[in-house]
Design a protein around this ligand. Structure first.
Ligand SMILES: C[S@@+](CC[C@H](N)C(=O)[O-])C[C@H]1O[C@@H](n2cnc3c(N)ncnc32)[C@H](O)[C@@H]1O
Length: 194
C-alpha cells in the first residue's frame, strides 16, 4: 500500500539513510549478505538508497521494485544507473521461477495486506539455496512509529511470528535472526526446490 505523507517524507530523510547505511547494512553483512555476481531483487525499494548500498556489493544484476510511482520516479532520478520498476510485490510474474540468487527487503511486508502471497512469490523466484534478507518491525514497533510520528500504518494481520511460520511452510529456513531496536532482521535460505 502507498505510504502516508509523513512516512513518505521520513523515508527520504537523512536519518533514514544513515540508519540504512551504518546500521542495517552492517547487520545484514554480519548475517552473511554477499551479493557479488548475484542476481538481486529488492522488494519495496523506495526512493533507491538501498539500491545504492546494495550495488556497492557488486551484484551481477539488480532490480528494485515498489508499488508507489512517486518512489520509483525519485529512485530513477537519483540513481539512473540502476533498474527500477513500478510493481506490487504480490505479483512477481514478470520474474521467472528460480531466477534470483537473493531477495532483499528493508521494512516492507508490514505494508502489504497480502504479505503471504508476497512470500510465496519470493519463494518462487528464488533459486534453490537462494537467500532472503529481510527486516520488519514488531507490532509494538509499528505502534511506536504511529504514536510518535503519525505514520498511519495499514491495518493488516502481519506479525513476526506469523511471518516466521509462513516462511517455514514455504521452505524458507531462517538461518539467523537478530532483534534490534525498532526492527527485527532475518536471513532465510530456500532449502527446498519449491
Ligand atoms: C517503510 S517503506 C521502506 C522503503 C525502503 N525500503 C526503505 O527502507 O527506506 C515501505 C516501502 O514499501 C512500498 N510498498 C508498499 N506496499 C508495497 C507492495 N504491495 N509492493 C511493493 N512495494 C510496496 C512502499 O511504497 C514503500 O516504498
Amino acid at each position: 500500500m502507498k505510504l502516508s505523507t509523513p512516512e513518505f517524507r521520513a523515508m527520504q530523510s537523512l536519518p533514514r539513510k544513515l540508519g540504512q547505511r551504518f546500521f542495517e547494512m552492517p547487520v545484514f553483512r554480519q548475517m552473511g549478505l554477499d551479493l557479488k555476481n548475484k542476481d538481486v531483487l529488492e522488494i519495496g525499494c523506495g526512493s533507491g538508497y538501498g539500491a545504492y548500498l546494495l550495488n556497492q556489493l557488486n551484484p551481477k544484476s539488480y532490480t528494485g521494485l515498489d508499488v508507489m510511482e512517486e518512489q520509483i520516479a525519485l529512485a530513477k532520478k537519483q540513481y539512473p544507473q540502476f533498474q527500477f520498476i513500478v510493481q506490487g510485490a504480490e505479483d512477481l510474474s514478470q520474474f521467472a521461477d528460480a531466477s534470483r540468487d537473493a531477495v532483499i527487503i528493508f521494512g516492507v511486508l508490514h505494508h502489504i495486506p497480502d504479505w503471504r502471497k508476497t512470500i510465496d512469490e519470493i519463494t518462487r523466484v528464488l533459486k534453490p539455496h537462494g537467500n532472503l534478507f529481510l527486516e520488519e518491525p514488531r507490532g509494538v514497533d509499528i505502534k511506536i512509529f504511529d504514536a510518535f510520528f503519525r505514520w498511519g500504518h495499514p491495518d493488516t494481520d502481519f506479525g513476526l511470528q506469523a511471518m516466521e511460520s509462513h516462511l517455514s511452510t514455504r521452505g524458507l529456513v531462517i538461518q539467523s535472526k537478530q532483534w534490534t531496536p525498532l526492527l527485527t532482521m532475518y536471513h532465510a535460505s530456500k532449502i527446498t526446490g519449491n
